[in-house]
Design a protein around this ligand. Structure first.
Ligand code: NDP
Length: 453
């Protein structure tokens, strides 16, 4: 990094020393844009770097709620309003015990560039709570969501900040959050996206991140004169993103060999087909069970239990053509990345946010893997959230086909923009640099135009 860029990075380390995920995201970003802002005439962009890292507003609050045993529970809630230069803050809410300021700040930082890449008028934000939804009754989930929204409602609005779902926050939680917002504000408005279709939600929003991810993979493969047809694919996770990633791969003639949850991994060499996916979706979305149950139904598959402390993940050590990490941050370390390369994978498209650690990313780069970072590859979710905001403003509901077509167009445009930025400022097919630079330039121009605010 050039001296001036390094100084920005060092200042952040000094100010926020205990935020490793934020450091990781900012480092990758600064490395990408460093050469762009080094010389005239673009040196002016340097002025926005410290403001890009510092959120416009950080809200941290207490969430008291009573569990089914009548016991008072306290969680910590957050909303990071990172950057509003392109539009209202927009980004998901995560309910997971690991949630802390570092994780949400990295997610909010990434969200700014992701939203910029979609071409829609959305700023960036992220929020959530250190609440563990696992094992909680429906009543407890509702009480928690209501208490969370009682505070969050003071800080959001359809023209200021429009949250959506993320890990642990699906349509059930968005429904409870929306109900409480409406009750407090006495206002029916598009303040959240990912809502149920009967009360303002967009068709294709549940599918959007996974479908968009595969549209991106399709665009990248097309650029190489290839398709997904017959490709063996590794998918991690069994949540929202993973499920619809698998569905779209199957629709396009690919074969899915793996899925996982936080307790273990399924390797099914015969392929996870439509029936098996339907079983998995019911298991996860309705029964809220564990992936280990899959082998009771499909005994020819292999289940490997994981504690999370292992040196590597067997899921990434399977021969395949494409890999789609769709679980969580840093799920691919350097050993996993080496396995992925050794096993012949040519394309890694990130459904999760920052699932590959810095060393893993370097291994992909060195091996010439087609690697698309989450901020570009998983932008389909927020893109359709943006379309949901438009539908809410119009008080109209677009058809499934219409939204899906728009999603495909947006993903193709993102691919074209990140490819072009890579070719202009970095090297061919360096989609990390392409995504960071293309996302950054638009935000930086808007920030400069709006003055020091
Ligand atoms: P879900 O909560 O629906 O699913 C998360 C999945 O990841 C679950 O299968 C979960 O397992 C698994 N998981 C969680 N933590 C770990 C861990 N430490 N090790 C292994 N597996 C783990 O979340 P989403 O599908 O919504 O989100 C997945 C990723 O995609 C996140 O990085 C999110 O930020 C990103 N993303 C999501 C978008 C969306 O629209 N939902 C949009 C863009 C990005 P278990 O069931 O055991 O908890």
């Amino acid at each position: 990094m050039h001296k001036a860029t390094q100084e920005v990075y060092n200042a952040m380390l000094q100010k926020d020393p205990n935020q490793p995920e934020l450091h990781q995201a900012v480092k990758v970003f600064l490395n990408s844009i460093d050469s762009v802002v080094a010389d005239e005439p673009r040196i002016v962009y340097h002025k926005v770097l410290d403001r890009l890292i510092e959120p416009e507003r950080t809200i941290i609050f207490r969430i008291p709620w009573i569990d089914d045993n009548g016991k008072l529970q306290i969680n910590r809630g957050f909303r990071i309003q990172q950057n509003s230069s392109l539009g209202p803050y927009k980004g998901g809410l995560r309910f997971h015990p690991s949630v802390n300021l570092s994780i949400l700040r990295f997610l909010a930082f990434e969200q700014v560039f992701k939203n910029s890449l979609t071409g829609l008028p959305m700023g960036g934000g992220k929020g959530g709570a250190d609440f563990n939804p696992k094992g909680k009754s429906d009543n407890e989930i509702m009480k928690f969501c209501q208490s969370f929204m009682t505070e969050l409602a003071k800080h959001i609005g359809s023209n200021t900040d429009v949250p959506a779902g993320d890990m642990g926050v699906g349509s059930r939680e968005i429904g409870y959050l929306f109900g409480q917002y409406k009750r407090i504000q006495n206002e029916v408005t598009g303040v959240l996206t990912g809502k149920g279709v009967s009360f303002g939600g967009s068709l294709i929003r549940p599918e959007a991140t996974g479908y968009g991810l595969i549209y991106m993979a399709q665009a990248v493969l097309k650029g190489e004169g290839d398709t997904l047809e017959g490709k063996k694919c590794l998918v991690s996770g069994t949540g929202n993103v993973a499920q619809f990633t698998v569905q779209k791969i199957l629709q396009l003639g690919g074969k899915v060999l793996t899925m996982s949850d936080s307790n273990g991994v399924i390797i099914d060499e015969e392929g996870i087909d439509e029936d098996k996916l339907a079983y998995m979706m019911n298991l996860k979305n309705v029964k809220r069970g564990r992936i280990s149950e899959y082998i009771t139904r499909y005994p020819s598959a292999k289940y490997i239990a994981r504690s999370g402390a292992e040196e590597y993940n067997e899921l990434w050590n399977v021969k395949a053509d494409c890999a789609f990490p769709c679980a969580t941050q840093n799920e691919i370390n350097e050993i996993d990345a080496q396995h992925i390369v050794k096993n012949g994978v040519k394309l890694v498209c990130e459904g999760a946010n920052m699932p590959t650690n810095i060393e893993g990313q370097q291994i992909f780069k060195k091996a010439g893997i087609l690697y698309v970072p989450g901020k570009a590859a998983n932008a389909g979710g927020v893109a359709v959230s943006g379309l949901e905001m438009s539908q809410n403003s119009e008080r109209l509901s677009w058809t499934k086909e219409n939204v899906d077509e728009k999603l495909q167009q947006i993903m193709e445009t993102i691919y074209n923009n990140i490819s072009e930025a890579a070719d202009t400022y970095s090297t061919h097919n360096n989609f990390t640099d392409g995504a960071n630079i293309a996302g950054f330039l638009k935000v930086a121009d808007a920030m400069i135009a709006q003055g020091y605010v």
